[in-house]
Design a protein. Sequence first.
Length: 547
Amino acid sequence: MAVESAENIARVTFHDGGNTYTVDDFMFSAEIEVKNQPPTLSFAETSPDGLSENDGIQDNKGTANKTLFNFDVIYTDQDNDAPLSVKLVVQKVNQGAFENYFSSEMLPFGPQTDYANGKIYTFERMFPKGDYRYGFKASDGVSDVHTSFTEFTVGYSNVAFLPGFQASRLYRPDLDGLDNEDQLWEPTWEQDVKQLFLHEGEQGNIISNDQEIYTRDIIKKHILGNIYEQFSVSMDNMVEAGTIHEWESLPYDWRLAFNDILKSGVKTGQNISYLNPTPSPYIIQELRRLAENSDTGKVTIVTHSNGGLLAKYFLASIEDINNPNHDFLEKIDVMIMVAAPQAGTPKAISGLLHGDEQNLALGILLDKETARDFAEFMPGAYNLLPSDAYFRTVFDPVFSFTDEAGNIPEFKDIAGKTINSYEGMLDFLRGHGGAWDKSDVTETDVPNVLNDVLLAQSRNIHQMIDDWEPKGNFKVIQLAGWGLKTIKGIEYDDCDAWFCSDTLEHLDREPILTHVGDETVVMPSALFMENAERYYVNIRDNNAWRG
C-alpha cells in the first residue's frame, strides 16, 4: 500500500492481484510512522584539514613516538541527526593477532552542524613501535555504523650507510688467478694500486685505466685495524632485535667524481661497477628500496667522512623540482654525518702534494710516490681539499714559510709569509705561478703540480654544497671528533744539513698540528653547517676509557 498525504487527507492506492484501486479524499486519523535513516561514515579524497586522503589517515607509516598520526572521518546523516558518538578504534598486534588497543571519541572539525551534507571528525595521536589497524564507528542514538579496519605500521626507519674515502674494496676479474678475482684495494702489493690509476682523456674527462674495476663491500677490518666492523655488528644487532627491518652499506668507487658515482652503479650478481652510466643508478635505487620497505616509509642516511660530501651533493642535486628524484627529499627522516670534511681538510693538501699520510704498511704495500701519483688524477681526492668556505671558517694558514725558505729560489717571494686564502692555496697547488712545473717533480719532497680541470671541478662542487641547507622535512646531525693530532697546515723550510743544497729537492716540511680534530678532519669543517645539530666526541679520552 502506498500513501500520499496532505495533513489528514490522502489518496490511497491498493494493489490486489494485479488490479489497482484508488480512493481519493480518504479521511483518516492514524499516525504515519517515519523510519530513521542510519548515518554513514566515509572519507574525502582530500579532507578539508589537509590531513588524510581516501582512507581516513594521513599516512600508513610513521616513526615510533614521534609521528603524529592524524585520523579523519566524515559523519553524514540524511535526517540531519547529530551523532551520539563518533569513535576511533585502534587494535595492535600481540603475539601474531590483533587485540584492542584503545577506543576514543573523535573531535568535530569546525563549527558547522550540517550533518546531512557531512561533518568531519578528527583525532591525532603518537604510537609506540608496532603493527596496528584502525576503524571508525558512530551512532545517531538509534542506528550504529562502522567502517572496516585498515592497517598501519609504526617503527623506525631503515638505514643506508655511505662509507668514507678509500673505505670500499675495489676488485677486478683475474681469470688467470686461483680465485678468478684480484682485490686491488686494500692492496696486497703496490702493483694493485697502480692498476687503479686514472688518466685525463682528450676531452678533459677522467678515465679509469682499467674499465673492469668494481666494488662489492665496505672495509670492516684490515691490516690497520677495525674500520666498520663494530658499526656493522651494532647495526646487525638492531635488525636481529627487530628495531629496524634492514640496514645496508652502499659501497662506491671512491676514485670517481660524485656525478659519475650517482649516475652509474650497475650491479651484476654481488658486484657493482661505477664506470658506466645507467638509467637505474645503484645508490639511488637502493635508497628508494630501503625507504619503501621501512616501517616509516623513510630512510635514515648515515655517512662517514667523504660519504657525507657525497650525500650532500646528491641532496643538493635533487632539490631542482625538475630532477626525476626530487620526490625523494620527502623520503628521508634523518641524515647523520660522522667526521665529514664538509669544507675540506688540509690533510688532503699534504697527501696530494707529497703523498704524506698515504703510505701503507711502512711503504711496503704503498709508498708515498705511488700514493701521490695515484691521487693526481683522482676526482675523489680533490673534493677533500679545503674549499673557499673553509677559509671563511678557519683562519689558520694552510701554508707557512720560514725566512730560511727564501734560500730556495722558487720560494724567495713567499719566505716568512703564510697562505690563508683559497686563491693563495690554488696558486701554490698549481706551482706558484710557474715557479716549478711537472718536470721538477722528481720526488715527493717537491710539491706536486695539481690538475687544473680537477681543481675547477672541486671548486664547483663545493660552491654547490658548502652553503646547502636541507629543503626537505628532515633533520641533519653532525658529529665531530677532537683530541687527536690533526694536520691544519704545512710549514716549509730549507734543509739545515750542511750537505743540502738550496733546491726544491731538499725542501723541508713539517705538518702544523692541532688537537681540535679527529686526526683527519679539523672540527670546524666537520661541524660546518650552522642550522644542523652538533655533537662532539673527545676521541682521546674515549679511546683511553675503552682501553
